[in-house]
Design a protein around this ligand. Structure first.
Ligand SMILES: [Zn+2]
Length: 481
């Protein structure tokens, strides 16, 4: 079936970069774009009129924790950055030996993916599946219709609280390599499935939770499987200091020393390079190492802004020749908001309104993500590219008059402006309506799952803390009489 989208602003790819076509036309047939231009005179089986819309390549969200968000992130993530800015420890860590309620693929994972789709993403990198039945996970990606790079997460150490509330790294000898074997088997079984929408990626946890042996074996496995790797690296002050103390190298120097860096590697966050103002370590040029290696950086500005931190800086990384992509990490899964914040934060860090241009952050959310994946058929609208695209409604009060639609999108837009999402030629969101499942039922289930985990907080937090101890309500609550 051939579909014509006409009217609106079309972001077309010219070979060198994006261009804007006013009142453009995009045609796709099956899973591929077949035409991008001002008009289309051929036959179409279906026509979508898009006046007032931005017709954009689907965004590439390179860092989503699809599985961990539905129930726990919102009550802990924003409010608990008290361990050297390591907010994630606050919801990932539990009391040693205690168990959190199990997560469900149907509620938690489905919500994580869907929230990212709603925010404009057509390709999602789900950073390490943990604690789920793996077969169900692959089936979910198939049923949802998203394009995903997924794989079981693995590492040698986990974060736990002791009874006093101290965070400890709990090492399990052999866990990383055993987890890598599971990941390899899952990727061998699922890579290329669901019409090649599901591809594998290797997700060793973090620099400070994996051994050099696990990272070296991951590198070999990536080569054998023909897949990429994403590793959380240079992600917080504690990791920076501990690696420096143990190895006399920064985390990024250490990764270079063990031969880990390379074009197939995406560094999750990569905030704490030696020149970051919180590092206080003016003895290395970490960004030069990253640039020379060809590794990409997945940047999640919102996650860091919540903790009072910024990448230093988006424009500096770009100037060094580092490929930048964007991700949403925990919540909200709104990559349009993330673009705006990436631009604003770099202006603040640089002390200049001349950096953080909408074009630069939009490139990161499209072409930068595609380059990180080694894909020349994603993140662009051009004949032969995948039919992954979104329609964004710019004819709204918060946009006002639209002259430059990319500037409008980045400076004024929101994930809720995304009206239609098409992946691989299949419509997943049609004029604001989920096509493939009952979204209202999912959101009810998410609320129920959240309320369940909030009740269990004293079972897995130190000293019997309740949810109100961990995340006090904004105001006193008056319950119904
Ligand atoms: Zn992450």
């Amino acid at each position: 079936m051939r579909t014509l989208i006409r009217g609106g602003w079309v972001v077309a790819f010219s070979g060198g970069g994006h261009e804007l076509i006013r009142d453009g036309a995009v045609v796709y047939e099956g899973d591929r774009i077949v035409h991008v231009g001002h008009r289309f005179d051929g036959r179409a089986d279906r026509t979508i009129d898009a006046p007032g819309m931005l017709v954009s390549p689907g965004l590439i969200n390179t860092h989503v924790h699809a599985a961990t968000n539905a129930r726990s992130a919102l009550f802990l993530d924003a409010t608990r950055a008290d361990y050297f800015g390591m907010n994630f420890v606050s919801y990932q860590a539990g009391l040693r030996g205690a168990k959190q309620p199990p997560r469900s693929v149907e509620v938690d994972a489905r919500f994580g993916y869907w929230a990212a789709v709603r925010g404009g993403a057509t390709t999602i990198l789900d950073v390490g599946i943990r604690g789920y039945p793996l077969d169900e996970y692959a089936a979910l990606v198939g049923a949802l219709g998203v394009r995903a790079y997924a794989g079981p997460g693995f590492r040698d150490a986990g974060y736990v609280f002791d009874a006093e509330g101290r965070v400890e790294w709990e090492w399990t000898p052999g866990a990383g390599l055993a987890g890598l074997e599971r990941a390899k088997a899952w990727i061998a079984a699922n890579h290329g499935s669901h019409h090649d929408r599901l591809r594998g990626m290797l997700y060793p946890g973090q620099v400070d939770t994996t051994t050099p042996e696990t990272l070296a074996a991951t590198k070999v496995a990536a080569r054998e499987l023909g897949v990429g790797i994403q590793l959380h690296a240079a992600l917080n002050q504690r990791e920076f200091q501990s690696v420096l103390r143990e190895r006399n190298e920064t985390p990024l120097q250490y990764l270079r020393t063990i031969g880990f860096l390379g074009p197939e590697v995406i560094l999750g966050h990569c905030v704490f390079h030696a020149g970051h103002s919180w590092a206080h370590y003016p003895y290395a040029d970490d960004l030069a190492l990253v640039a020379a290696s060809g590794a990409s950086v997945s940047h999640s500005p919102s996650k860091y802004a919540k903790m009072g931190l910024a990448l230093e800086s988006f424009s500096a990384y770009r100037a060094r020749g580092i490929n930048l992509a964007l991700g949403t990490d925990t919540y909200p899964q709104d990559l349009i908001a993330e673009m705006r914040l990436a631009g604003l934060m770099t202006r603040w860090v640089d002390g200049s309104f001349r950096t953080g241009a909408p074009r630069d952050v939009y490139d990161a959310a499209t072409l930068g993500g595609a380059r990180a994946l080694g894909r020349d058929d994603l993140g662009r609208l051009a004949p032969g590219a995948k039919a992954d695209l979104i329609l964004v409604d710019l004819a709204q009060a918060h946009h006002g008059a639209v002259r430059d639609p990319i500037a409008s999108l980045v400076e004024c837009g929101s994930g809720t402006d995304v009206r239609t999402v098409i992946v691989d030629g299949e419509t997943l969101l049609d004029d604001g309506r989920a096509v493939r499942f009952d979204e209202a039922a999912l959101l009810r289930a998410v609320q129920t799952a959240g309320e369940r985990i909030w009740r269990t907080v004293p079972e897995w937090r130190p000293k019997g803390q309740t949810v109100d101890d961990v995340a006090p309500m904004s105001y006193r609550v008056r319950e119904p009489q």
